[in-house]
Design a protein around this ligand. Structure first.
Ligand SMILES: Cc1ncc(COP(=O)(O)O)c(C=O)c1O
Length: 440
């Protein structure tokens, strides 16, 4: 039986839809920003797969780092009482790169698990502090934090909730800073919600510095400084979900650096290994770290997972970060991002392009039916993606919605940090042709 037929018969995919599986691309190879399918057809990787292949495809040295570690010691438990060198070295390296107040690292295998862990650490911290009623998590409409039960509940995109209701109790959504659709900073929405719920019930506020899968929405520059001040005033922990924005995606190692703000916890995944192996984690401030370190036996940190601190994943993380430093990829991403955004700005002459926005090497093009009313275009995005794929560009979109929190279909771009200038030009050319063809 053919590969595709077996796939159709048996494999359940993320966000599975049988109709979309009628004619799937079967990826076979990759190099740099180019993916090749089993027929040898080439595609530009407009989203670094899922915003994660920062160093590009086909990096032999990452395969070698994995192979060397696997031959030495592929896996061993990192439960309390045991450790391994790659996990220790990577933790040290990450703390050196991240916000100065970060002092501890817990490793996970991906993003949703990192956010789950961060929510549990927030609860744990307040319990250790004698405030067990502080358990709620405030997140934002349009946010994407992953799809395990707790992370899904923090996610603010209704399409992900519809068939899995009810959400976990104690997750509350507020309006984000979204300059195209809301005037004002919107930080006041957070403060009103903390007051309404009672600060003594709120453990944490979680936010992506730039909303990613929810439609690439950078905030107003005043937003995160105001958020930090509100969280401090009400004793609410601030979790930065940097699963997309970390590791140079926005032109800095971590994105809140743009606004001079430090969170209390940072979740990361994706770029930490450039997706060569699954890895994620949470970094915590000195204060939170101390709460874990100084816990008496009855209050020890009873959170765990088999693959936390996986030696091979961590060894690949270290080798990946060496590539970043050797090739100065943070600076490269920043320069490429400026080029991408300036070229995309040229698409504003197309009547269905409502907004073009981004930060560093992540960008979004929000499609509308009418530029004056900003009526969301719904359905057009899928046609744009299919026209783009026919022309050799693969990327993804945020599906639009109407109602209380409208957004038009938004084409997302976040190519590898090693994309060439010529490939950036080609991505934008293809998008123009694809939008024109889709509208026609
Ligand atoms: C900001 C953000 N948080 C969390 C996640 C979830 O990560 P994972 O898919 O590894 O569970 C993602 C995935 O795209 C993400 O973009």
């Amino acid at each position: 039986m053919s590969l595709i037929r077996i796939d159709q018969d048996h494999l359940i995919h993320p966000v599975h839809s049988a109709s979309e599986q009628a004619d799937p691309v079967v990826f076979a190879e990759g190099s740099g920003a180019v993916l090749r399918d089993i027929h040898g057809r080439e595609y530009l990787d407009g989203l670094a797969c899922l915003w994660n292949v920062h160093v590009g495809h086909g990096r032999r040295e990452l395969a070698e780092a994995a192979s060397a570690q696997m031959r030495r010691l592929a896996y061993a438990s990192a439960y309390s009482g045991y450790t391994n060198e790659p996990a220790v070295r990577l933790a040290e390296r990450l703390l050196h790169l991240a916000y100065p107040r970060m002092r501890g690292v817990y490793f996970t295998t991906g993003g949703a698990e990192a956010n789950e862990t961060a929510f549990k650490i927030a609860r744990y911290f307040w319990r250790r502090r004698g405030q067990p009623s502080k358990t709620k998590v405030i997140s934002r409409h349009h946010a994407y934090h992953g799809l395990t039960l707790g992370a899904m509940s923090a996610t603010g995109i209704p399409a992900f909730h519809r068939m899995f209701q009810p959400l976990v109790p104690g997750f509350i959504h507020v309006t984000p800073s979204y300059p195209y659709r809301h005037p004002g900073t919107m930080a006041e929405a957070l403060e009103e919600t903390i007051r309404r719920e009672g600060a003594d019930t709120v453990a944490a506020f979680v936010a992506e510095p730039v909303i990613g899968a929810g439609g690439v929405i950078p905030p107003r520059p005043e937003y995160f400084p105001a958020v930090r001040e509100i969280c401090d005033r009400h004793q609410v922990l601030f979790i930065a979900d940097e699963i997309i924005t970390g590791f140079g995606r926005t032109g800095r190692w971590f994105a809140l650096e743009h606004w001079g703000v430090q969170p209390d916890l940072v979740t990361f995944a994706k770029g930490v290994t450039s997706a060569y192996l699954p890895l994620g984690g949470v970094m915590v401030s000195a204060e939170i770290h101390q709460a874990i370190q100084e816990a008496p036996p009855a209050e020890r940190f009873m959170h765990a997972a088999t693959y936390s601190g996986h030696p091979t994943c961590c060894a690949v993380g270290l080798a990946n970060l060496e590539i970043f430093e050797r090739e100065d990829l943070i600076a490269r991403g920043r320069l490429l991002g400026e080029r991408l955004l300036s070229r995309l700005d040229g698409l504003r002459d197309l009547p269905s392009v409502g907004d073009v926005r981004g930060l560093g090497l992540m960008a979004g093009i929000e499609l509308v039916e009418d530029r004056h009313t900003k009526t969301p275009a719904i359905g057009l995005g899928a046609q744009v993606l299919s026209e783009a794929r026919r022309r050799g560009l693969i990327t993804r979109m945020r599906g639009g919605q109407t109602g209380e929190h409208p957004i038009g279909d938004t084409i997302c771009l976040a190519p590898p940090l090693v994309t060439t200038e010529a490939q950036i030009e080609r991505i934008v050319e293809i998008l123009r042709e694809a939008i024109v063809a889709a509208v026609r």
